[in-house]
Design a protein around this ligand. Structure first.
Ligand code: UDP
Length: 310
């Protein structure tokens, strides 16, 4: 079996490559490295993995047979998509179109990395896949949210019009080793601040919530969905919901840091609450997360300690 993974040098993309190789796949990874990092896949060289430096908003050419295309390429942290708004829109739209075109040409299965951001600042809680969302199309986060909503629409259009065997995974907040120290998201930001003894920057009053899933659980859910037969979107995330202040305190405690919490302005359109309803994943995939927050955070702390040399 041969897989093509776009965004292979990214945080989740690289873990996905690990898991596919462990299952006996050979993997062609595509990445333009604007937010990906070669060190995430350096250990895979010579193990049935090949990385091609390519911007998937341009046509994708891969020689030979392909059994599955997993489209993971995109800036994915709020800071990244604020800095790269046009690239974010292009990879979600043109990049998805090209990746679907590759799947169609090769007769391959297609798996789209979508996101809980399709629900925007949700008015329904927890979020079920049937919820249509509450997205501001012209706000700063709109470039990501709308690109992913377009990507879902395009994926189902290729399924309905061309019969491509498609899957859509809506990924909720995920954390773990290989996140970038400076990607601006809550877990890496709080960890690098706590490890350096700097102030931990909570945005707003810290009462907004998220539900954090460890990356190995997420990848397990994605591969189960790849093997399943549903074309409907499936939420993959950890339903354990906590406030941002609580995760900041947990990280400070686990690091054993003396850092204090400081409060900074809340970014525009920052969702108030987010928690996946994972009934569909439980029912269709027999999946649920198994890694507890403390366990996952400690593994991530080890990674960031090594990166920071502390
Ligand atoms: N956040 C924070 N301090 C930071 C980074 C993020 O308080 O240094 C907050 C952010 O405002 C949001 C939550 O943490 O409410 C999760 O943000 P993240 O960027 O990790 O992901 P999001 O779920 O917003 O895409």
């Amino acid at each position: 079996m041969r897989a093509v993974v776009t965004g292979a040098a990214g945080f989740i993309g690289s873990h996905l490559c690990d898991a596919l190789l462990a299952r006996g796949f050979t993997v062609v990874g595509l990445d333009n490295l604007i937010t990906g990092d070669l060190t995430n896949v350096a250990h895979l060289t010579g193990r049935g993995f090949e990385l091609v430096r390519h911007d998937v908003t341009r046509q994708i050419a891969v020689d030979g047979p392909v059994d599955v295309v997993l489209h993971w390429a995109s800036p994915a942290s709020p800071i990244d998509y604020l800095e790269l708004p046009i690239q974010t829109l292009k990879v979600g739209s043109l990049g998805t179109h090209n990746a679907l075109g590759l799947a169609l040409a090769k007769g391959a299965r297609f798996v789209l990395a979508s996101t809980s951001e399709v629900y925007g600042d949700p008015l329904e809680h927890p979020q079920k896949e049937t919820y249509w969302g509450n997205v501001n199309p012209i706000g700063p986060r709109g470039v990501y949210d709308e690109a992913k909503r377009f990507a879902e629409a395009m994926t189902l259009a290729y399924h309905r019009s061309h019969g491509v065997d498609t899957r859509i995974v809506r990924i909720f907040n995920t954390y773990g080793p290989r996140m970038r120290l400076r990607d601006g998201r809550a877990v890496p930001a709080f960890m690098s601040q706590a490890l350096r003894g700097e102030d931990v920057t909570v945005f707003g009053d810290g009462t907004q919530t998220r539900s954090f899933c460890y990356v190995s659980d997420l990848v397990d859910g994605v591969l189960r969905l790849m093997d399943a037969s549903t074309h409907e979107p499936v939420n993959i995330g950890n339903p354990h919901e906590i406030t941002i202040e609580e995760i900041a305190r947990t990280i400070i405690r686990l690091v054993g840091s003396r850092s204090r919490i400081v409060y900074r302005p809340l970014p525009v359109d920052d969702p108030r609450q987010r928690r996946p309803d994972i009934t569909r994943a439980r029912t269709l995939l027999g999946w649920e997360p198994t890694v507890g927050l403390d366990t996952g955070l400690l593994q991530t702390v080890d990674y960031f300690k090594a990166k920071l040399g502390v």
